[in-house]
Write a protein that binds this ligand. Structure first.
Ligand SMILES: [Zn+2]
Length: 423
């Protein structure tokens, strides 16, 4: 992997103390932990593999002069004390993966944050505020089918009811998993937040927008909040042969119209909103029976809560009007709603300026997927930087980001964090 990374690397990017070779070596070292014979890696949350990857990074953190602490959720914090130690700026991501995942999702954000500290060490720069490099546990949620678990635990968002419901594939509950991991539920319930005033995360894009625009990095303008609507159209079953076309209450015809019209609704509220139907159940689902009911989940997201919620209303209205026109019933119910986290204007502007200075066209894009920043962002200001993903592929062994793009991401992150240090 290292050779592949180094092959097309432009060593001209090695400046300001940032070292592409070191980054490539570290990406390769982590890629060997949990490696699968079929390609890719598997490092589920709270597994030995995730722990080994953390221990490797902890070793590098210590070599870079950071003081390392771990909390009861296994989250790792490598701290560099600043001149004025009263508050700190944090950056990081995760090292766990989905089953048969790739080598950049999460890992790049951790190593980029560490590379910033390495670069400061080389140049002899001591930040004004303190700096923490963070590894969050179990971001992918592979352990408990409950995503961004480490950062949620860190923020204190995991309540007793959720704890009681958690079971992994082997039937272990949180207490048992924590004990296996070398922690305890008692300590877990006493996790304290640290003195951060800001959190920044670098991550691979997991989409194709940057590649399409031939850009190494992009500015995330917000992390979309997902909301689910369960929509059920209810008509009347009947014989496919004996019921005339003008005397039917076909739930699937209504649902089909709804799905195709849905495509045009998000742009009414904003350019970043999206809506998708990916799951649909037709009943009775017989080849010669007119469908009586169709139940579907509509996944709706946007980076602003007001436009996202407006979209929920418009989608509901459309479902109701289609049902009325076709003389069938419909029920719409909200099943889940996550708060979006927009990035504040001031941080986006700072990133625009940094990219302009680097002669990179500054482009904003939303994060459709959830990240650890989403949890931190509910209480603290956050920002995210995306690195170009080859073919937009992620959660897959084929995941790839060139070393040039990785290193450019580190440059942007470093300059951005330095701005926060001097505020
Ligand atoms: Zn990730």
């Amino acid at each position: 992997m290292k050779n592949l990374l180094i092959n097309d690397y432009n060593t001209g990017l090695d400046y300001d103390g940032i070292d592409g070779g070191r980054l490539a070596e570290r990406l390769e070292a982590i890629s060997k932990i949990g490696v699968l014979p079929t390609g890719g890696v598997s490092r589920p949350g709270f597994s030995q593999e995730e722990k080994l990857a953390k221990e490797l990074v902890i070793g590098w953190m210590k070599e870079a002069g950071l003081t390392v602490e771990t909390d009861a959720a296994g989250n790792v914090f490598g701290r560099l004390n600043g001149d004025d130690n009263s508050q700190s700026i944090a950056s990081g991501s995760h090292v766990d993966t989905v089953p048969a995942g790739g080598n950049f999702d999460g890992v790049l954000g951790v190593l980029a944050a560490l590379e910033v500290a390495e670069a400061w060490k080389v140049s002899g720069y001591t930040p004004k505020k303190s700096y923490e490099v963070v590894i969050f546990s179990d971001e992918e949620g592979a352990r408990f089918s409950s995503g961004v678990f480490g950062s949620r635990s860190y923020m204190g968002f995991v309540d007793d009811e959720l704890i009681a419901s958690l079971k992994d594939n082997e039937g272990l509950n949180l207490e048992e998993v924590l004990e296996q991991y070398g922690s305890s539920l008692k300590e877990y319930k006493n996790i304290q937040q640290r003195d951060w005033t800001f959190f920044a995360e670098a991550h691979i894009e997991q989409g194709k927008l940057l590649e399409k625009n031939n850009l190494p990095v992009g500015i995330v303008n917000g992390i979309a909040g997902q909301a689910w609507l369960e929509v059920e159209f209810k008509g009347q079953a009947g014989h496919a042969g004996n019921t005339p076309m003008n005397d039917r209450q076909d739930a699937l015809v209504a649902a089909g119209r709804f799905v195709s019209e849905l495509e045009n609704i998000p742009k009414i509220v904003s350019s970043t909103a999206v809506a998708t139907v990916g799951k649909l159940a037709v009943s009775p689902n017989g080849a010669n029976v007119i469908p009586e009911s169709v139940k579907m989940i509509v996944d709706i997201r946007d980076i602003h809560e007001d436009t996202r919620d407006r979209l929920l209303e418009l989608v509901t209205e459309r479902a109701e009007s289609i049902a009325k026109e076709r003389n069938i019933g419909v029920t719409v119910s909200g099943t889940s709603r996550v708060k979006p986290v927009p990035v504040e204007e001031v941080y986006k502007q700072e990133l625009h300026n940094i990219l302009n200075d680097l002669n990179i066209e500054a482009t904003e894009l939303p994060s459709g997927a959830g990240h650890d920043s989403m949890n931190i962002g509910l209480e603290l200001p956050v920002a995210m930087i995306f690195a170009r993903s080859k073919d937009g592929i992620s959660h897959n062994p084929k995941e790839w980001t060139s070393l040039n793009d990785c290193v450019m991401t580190v440059h942007v992150l470093k300059k951005f964090i330095e701005i926060q240090m001097n505020k």
